[in-house]
Design a protein around this ligand. Structure first.
Ligand code: PRT
Ligand code: ZN
Length: 282
């Protein structure tokens, strides 16, 4: 049995459960109590506060955990990042009142900075040779400058709208973070289950990063078209009932789809269909 800790409720919980579900794992207990066992895979889910996940994995209460890299680094436990999960993306940044003149990080010398991430902030300041006072608070960091508690803040930023609505500007990014799977050394039985889980997660994640593309093209342009779309091995080319035309199928990376479609269009492709891929095993 492999024990997996995920956030009970919060920004990471839904995406964590979604990933487990897409790996074909059915977790019977939908009420999300503290512990729930999967009915078709040897895993047990533990639902915890995100801040507690690194310690639980470190103490062996859970074998692996899904947690923000920011939380992992702040708690400082010596865990391995087994897998980057591709969701919960954010950054930890320094922000100051927008009217301030800012040239470089030396601005923070002698200043008071409010944060819930004192360890990551201290490491960043030390690395940059800045001496500032760190004021640790547990929530609503973004209002600290407005109410006069601090000169600046160090907090999680995603869209940046919270900073803007509090009259702040982001001036330094100390860390880019996303949800990661953390773990420690496992025994052979647990390791085998984890390998099986990772095999499935990779298939889901590869599927998310790629699209299945189908198009029709005049036979004479097929050679040029297949040069633009390499595919997993090489594209599938099938003749259409209409003479002189083919259907070309391939798998393309999500990030390049529009660029490639423009090229395909220019080469005479028609009826281009782009479809999501649920799972992809190479
Ligand atoms: O209850 P529990 O302790 O489990 O949860 P929590 O309240 O401590 O954490 P939660 O659910 O808010 O966040 C969990 C994790 O999600 C964080 O540790 C990050 O790894 C990740 N994450 C991704 C974020 C954000 N994006 C984010 N935007 N965590 C917090 N925010 C906050 C940010 O602090 C800001 O105040 O959202 C606000 C809005 O951000 P903007 O820039 O989009 O306006
Ligand atoms: Zn938390």
């Amino acid at each position: 049995m492999l024990k997996i800790a995920i956030q009970k409720s919060g920004r990471l919980s839904e995406k964590s459960l979604e990933l487990i579900a897409e790996a074909g794992i059915k977790v019977a207990n939908s009420e999300r109590k503290l512990v729930a066992q999967a009915s078709n895979f040897p895993i047990e889910m533990l639902y915890l506060r995100d801040d507690d996940i690194p310690q639980c994995v470190n103490d062996g209460v859970a074998d692996v955990g899904f947690v923000g890299e920011n939380v992992l680094l702040e708690t400082g436990y010596p865990l391995d990042i087994v897998e980057r999960l591709g969701f919960g993306k954010c950054r930890l940044s320094l922000a100051i009142p927008k009217a301030e003149n800012y040239e470089n990080v030396k601005w923070f010398n002698g200043k008071k900075i409010a944060t819930s991430y004192p360890k990551i902030l201290q490491d960043y300041l030390t690395k940059n040779g800045v001496k500032a006072e760190i004021h640790q608070i547990s929530g609503s960091v973004e209002i600290s400058t407005g109410v006069g508690i601090a000169d600046a803040i160090f907090d999680i930023v995603s869209s940046g709208s919270t900073l803007i609505s509090n009259g702040l500007k982001e001036v330094e990014v100390a860390l880019q973070s996303e949800a990661v799977m953390v773990g420690k050394k496992l025994n052979a039985e647990k390791k085998a289950i984890l390998e099986k889980l990772l095999f499935r997660l990779h298939a889901v994640q590869k599927g998310r990063k790629n699209k299945y593309v189908m198009l029709n093209a005049p036979t004479e342009s097929v050679e040029k078209i297949t040069a633009v779309i390499p595919g997993m091995k090489s594209p599938t080319v099938v003749p259409l009932a209409q003479k002189g035309w083919c259907s070309v199928h391939s798998v393309l990376p999500e990030g390049q789809i529009w660029e490639i479609i423009d090229q395909l269009h220019a080469l005479g492709a028609e009826g281009i269909l782009v479809m999501p891929i649920e799972k992809m095993i190479l």
